[in-house]
Design a protein around this ligand. Structure first.
Ligand code: ZN
Length: 238
């Protein structure tokens, strides 16, 4: 293969690879996977918030229950003290005051528990729902990935084949020319090489001035287009 032909061949392979890469990116499963990913992130952040609130509610209930147990124990102690032995009038009044105060604390604690427990139940339910949702999202992610894998199989095998052929062609290009091609390919987004057809370069299609055409025709077979600066092959197509 001549260097000029290798240049056109590698360009053809690169354009074919670009086309397949964009077909792969345009598959509906790719967009679906992005949506799934966003949904997963959202649910995960919601779940984190719910778990935090649920733990707080559990702590709050445990604290109130501990306080309640303490007041009840204290009440038993004070009652035992009141029943045991003789007491002065002043002592009796003090014990009664303690019992009254403890009863108020107990009432307050008992009153606050039901709404706290209801709140905890609501949070547990929300947590279950969020975990369920998370599981469904992951199932959908797996199904979408499988469908993408199945439906893109032929596209991916073509990419593998084209890449191998590209490596073979690249190996035939002189290293300086390959470097020039790679730079031009990036700069011109794929269309890096053009051929002189008559006195018109095939890509930019700017007609060459007669003197310029004369110089180029007499010069190197592989040169640079004076207008668009792509790699210009001046020989005719075989
Ligand atoms: Zn040009």
């Amino acid at each position: 293969m001549t260097q000029a032909n290798a240049l056109f061949k590698i360009q053809e392979l690169d354009l074919a690879l670009l086309k397949r890469a964009s077909s792969l990116a345009a598959m509906p499963q790719q967009a679906r996977l992005k949506t799934i990913s966003l949904a997963a992130k959202k649910v995960s952040s919601e779940l984190k918030g719910i778990v935090g609130q649920r733990k707080d509610a559990e702590t709050e209930i445990a604290d109130v229950e501990a306080a309640l147990a303490h007041y009840q124990e204290k009440t038993t102690e004070v009652r035992a003290a009141a029943e045991g032995g003789e007491h002065t009038h002043r002592e009796v009044r003090s014990l009664e005051q303690q019992l009254t105060s403890l009863a108020k604390h107990i009432e307050k604690a008992e009153y606050s528990l039901p709404p706290l427990r209801e709140k905890l139940e609501r949070l547990r339910l929300a947590e279950r729902n969020a975990r369920h949702m998370q599981q469904r999202i992951e199932e959908e992610r797996t199904a979408t990935e499988t469908s993408l894998k199945d439906e893109s199989a032929s596209l991916r095998s073509e990419i593998v084949e084209l890449t191998r052929e590209r490596e073979r062609v690249a190996a035939q290009l002189e290293s300086g020319l390959l470097e020039r091609y790679e730079a031009a390919r990036k700069r011109f987004k794929g269309l890096a090489v053009e051929r002189l057809v008559g006195n018109v370069p095939s890509v930019c299609r700017v007609k060459l001035q007669p003197s310029l055409f004369h110089d180029l025709a007499q010069g190197e077979e592989i040169t640079e287009c004076p207008y668009c600066h792509r790699i210009l092959v001046t020989s005719e197509e075989e």
